[in-house]
Design a protein around this ligand. Structure first.
Ligand SMILES: O=P(O)(O)OC[C@H]1O[C@](O)(COP(=O)(O)O)[C@@H](O)[C@@H]1O
Ligand SMILES: [Mg+2]
Ligand SMILES: [Mg+2]
Length: 336
């Protein structure tokens, strides 16, 4: 018998403490079950015939992997019957998907990136599911995309599930960030890290350096100063990591600190950034802030951004508080 508290028990305790209601508890339990199914599908790899391209594209013009499509279907199917949702929205669907009239409908909106880090699927490197929960605005019977356009501060829950050497679900309801590891024999998520704290300072940064020539001036200055190490203005040597799965990079930061950056760049100036605000940046920002870290778009807090579109993109700077503040300062000083 494990001494770890199960996710089920943790959710019941959160409800008893008045921090969540029964609907939100059951919604998260459904999402966790869907993540367990996705973890099984990911784990089958070549044996399950799930690797490779689906041969289709999503609304962002990105080629979909088979597992992007499978994960999206698992999440949709699991949540259709839950009775706690009014609608879902996903990276893989152009518009939101209201719960059909024939099914029980609830008061929450769920957004997800069903499989983050798709480029890593076929090479057996960690990928994950990212999700965000909002309230459906009052009086809305059939939600549309516009009902999802709420700032990150309106999130009632956020989390991700990373499918790596371990499958780990990381969750917040706005009262700290907690991690639950999947016990594969029991099929249950067990609490393995409570009230995670990200170290305030760091010597590790995560960025795709191949884009350097496309960055704006303050980004160039900031990274140049990191790379100049002990002899430079920052006075310390920095190490670098880049998994190219946001879930894996953020998981490392929640484990030992660091800064993750996906800045705006000139490759496609019409795009505000690469990462999506509603189902990547906002949920990760909520988790990171709840662990004592910070998240900005280089200039302002991500969770304060008023979204204009479901698939809106945003530059992302998140992680150890002092380092995110330093990177943000380079941009603000440059603007001034
Ligand atoms: O290949 P790049 O440009 O370094 O991008 C890596 C980034 O793209 C993403 O894979 C985007 O996520 P998707 O796989 O969900 O499209 C992030 O996880 C990651 O941080
Ligand atoms: Mg993603
Ligand atoms: Mg994805």
């Amino acid at each position: 018998m494990s001494s770890h508290v199960s996710l089920t028990r943790h959710l019941i305790e959160e409800q008893r403490a008045g921090r969540i209601n029964a609907d939100l508890r059951q919604l998260i339990a459904v999402v966790a079950r869907a993540c367990t199914s996705i973890s099984i599908a990911v784990g089958k790899g070549a044996l399950g015939g799930v690797l490779g391209d689906a041969g289709t594209g999503n609304v962002q013009g990105e080629a979909q992997k088979k597992l992007d499509v499978i994960s999206n279907e698992i999440l949709l199917e699991a949540n259709a019957w839950g009775g706690h949702l009014a609608a879902c929205a996903s990276e893989e669907m152009e518009h939101c998907h209201p719960i059909p009239d024939a099914y029980p409908r609830g008061n929450y909106l769920l957004l997800f990136d069903p499989l983050d880090g798709s480029s890593n699927i076929d090479v057996n490197v960690s990928v994950g599911t990212i999700f965000s929960v909002l309230r459906c605005p009052e009086g809305v019977a059939a939600p549309g995309d516009e009902d999802f356009l709420q700032p990150g501060t309106a999130q009632v829950a956020a989390g991700y599930c990373i499918y790596g050497p371990q499958t780990t679900l990381v969750l917040t309801f706005g009262h700290g960030t907690h991690a639950f590891t999947l016990d594969r024999e029991q099929g249950a998520f067990l609490l393995t890290r409570e009230a995670i704290r990200i170290p305030e300072e760091t010597k590790e940064f995560a960025i795709n350096m191949s884009n350097q020539r496309h960055w704006e001036a303050p980004m160039q200055d900031y990274v140049r100063d990191l790379l100049s190490g002990k002899e430079g203005p920052r006075g310390k040597d920095f190490n670098m990591r880049w998994v190219a799965s946001m879930v894996a990079d953020v998981h490392r930061i929640l484990t030992r600190g660091g800064i993750f950056i996906y800045p705006w760049d000139r490759k496609d100036p019409s795009k505000a950034g690469k990462l999506r605000l509603m189902y990547e940046a906002n949920p990760m920002s909520f988790l990171v802030e709840q662990a004592g870290g910070a998240a900005t778009n280089g200039r302002a807090r991500i969770m304060d951004i008023a979204p204009a579109e479901l698939h809106q993109r945003v530059p992302v700077f998140l992680g150890s508080r002092a380092e995110v503040e330093a990177a943000t300062r380079y941009h603000l000083d440059h603007d001034a």
